[in-house]
Design a protein around this ligand. Structure first.
Ligand code: IMP
Length: 187
């Protein structure tokens, strides 16, 4: 059985990634995330540097994920600054920025990097949809209560984990990286 650890302190991310790991027969454990994160406008670059640091620090197979919410009408803001924006102005602050703006389109993007010895695998995932008019639902985390994926009327905050994982940026990115890993191991 293949075991990898996810460098995160976010229990929600862990549960989501663990469920995707289960689809591939991969056991996902939690490992401490080093607190250093470089500043960059690219989540792909952030995750690559974080993964190298995490591997250096842990010396075992490690998966690192970084995500952000990109709002069309705000030129992609908050993007890589999503965590800071969530902590500072929060959901209501974002809703205020969008007040009277009819274009509610937004995408969540996720970048993952998996380091196993001298192998480095990366992938990205994206889900697009729109920002709700008010927060709905208590499930999930972060911006889940205000994000509605295309084809749905409910926010991620109103969905069970399995439903969110059908659409989510993170589930897509993790599936892609595990597919790459398993195709490597079949040679
Ligand atoms: P992180 O740096 O990958 O932890 O993500 C940055 C921020 O984006 C988080 O603090 C959340 O506010 C938000 N975020 C990332 N992924 C999700 C998600 O799946 N649902 C809701 N918010 C998310």
């Amino acid at each position: 059985m293949l075991r990898i650890c996810l460098a995160t302190s976010n229990e929600h991310k862990l549960r989501e990634v663990r469920a995707v790991g289960g689809e591939f027969g991969v056991v996902v454990e939690q490992c401490p995330a080093p607190k250093i994160e470089i500043q960059s406008e690219s989540i792909e670059e952030i995750v690559l540097k974080s993964a190298m640091l995490a591997y250096f620090y842990l010396n075992k197979p490690v998966l690192v994920e970084d995500a952000g919410l990109y709002i069309n009408a705000l030129g992609g803001f908050p993007g890589p600054y999503s965590s800071y924006v969530y902590k500072t102005i929060g959901l209501n602050g974002v809703l205020k920025l969008l007040r009277e703006i009819p274009d509610r389109r937004a995408c969540f993007k996720s970048a993952v990097a998996l380091v196993l010895g001298d192998v480095l695998l990366t992938a990205t995932g994206e889900v697009c949809g729109y920002i709700a008019n008010e927060p709905r639902g208590t499930k999930g985390f972060g911006f889940d209560p205000i994000f509605i994926p295309n084809g749905e009327t409910r926010t991620f905050g109103e969905m069970e984990l399995e439903e969110k994982n059908k659409y989510s940026h993170r589930a897509i990115a993790v599936r892609r990286v595990l597919q790459k890993l398993l195709s490597l191991r079949s040679y």
